[in-house]
Ligand binder design. Sequence first.
Ligand code: CTP
Ligand code: CA
Length: 224
Amino acid sequence: EDDILGKLPLRGKKVLITAGPTYEAIDPVRFIGNHSSGKMGFEIAKAAANNGAEVILITGPTHQKVSHSLIEIVPVTSAQDMYDAAHEYFNSVDVAILSAAVADYKPKDVATQKIKKKDSTLTLELEKTKDILASLGDIKKQQYLVGFALETNDELENAKGKLKRKNLNLIVLNSLNDKGAGFKGDTNKVTFIDDKEIITEFKLKSKAEVATDLLNKIISQINA
Ligand code: CTP
Ligand code: CA
């Protein structure tokens, strides 16, 4: 962590990270969410800061804690909040890593009063949220843009499709197949696919180790 000689590889670089779930309001007391713990994003933030980067960590609601002089936490709730925060900082960063589990759909109308129990069924109409990662891919200049892909089938093909469609430099494929992997636990089984379609498959590892592997890959790519 010490950088007396100024040798840390990300010294002087700014890194934006999104983490955690988003909560989409149904009414004043209810929301649609998911089980993302935020752990992966927080580990990436720590790994980036330990390499000397100045980190903007935009996070949905989580129980994760981090205290590091190089990490600024920007707490958000909904996908729209996360979109706004990401766009506020994106132009000033060198690297953006979008690991958040953003809701794909949100209630079309948010009830202003608590919805009362009435009929035996209740239908909520949902509409798509904005794709934050794709929107950054559309406007990116020199930024190195990293996305995640959570897949259960046709994993490599789906991940490659997201890499191209969203104009990314790197995608981290998260395999849900293997026991112990996933966004709730402490481990992940990942595969990196870069924009040259170089594929690197890793064994099941702790999220801290995955974060180290990811930062090493990014450092080697931005210095290439
Ligand atoms: N993502 C995002 N904004 C959204 C949805 C997803 O920024 N509204 C980002 C995620 O943070 C992740 C990447 O897009 O880095 C891929 O997310 P994923 O859920 O795997 O893919 P989707 O494009 O949402 O497609 P699908 O869920 O249908 O597989
Ligand atoms: Ca999705």
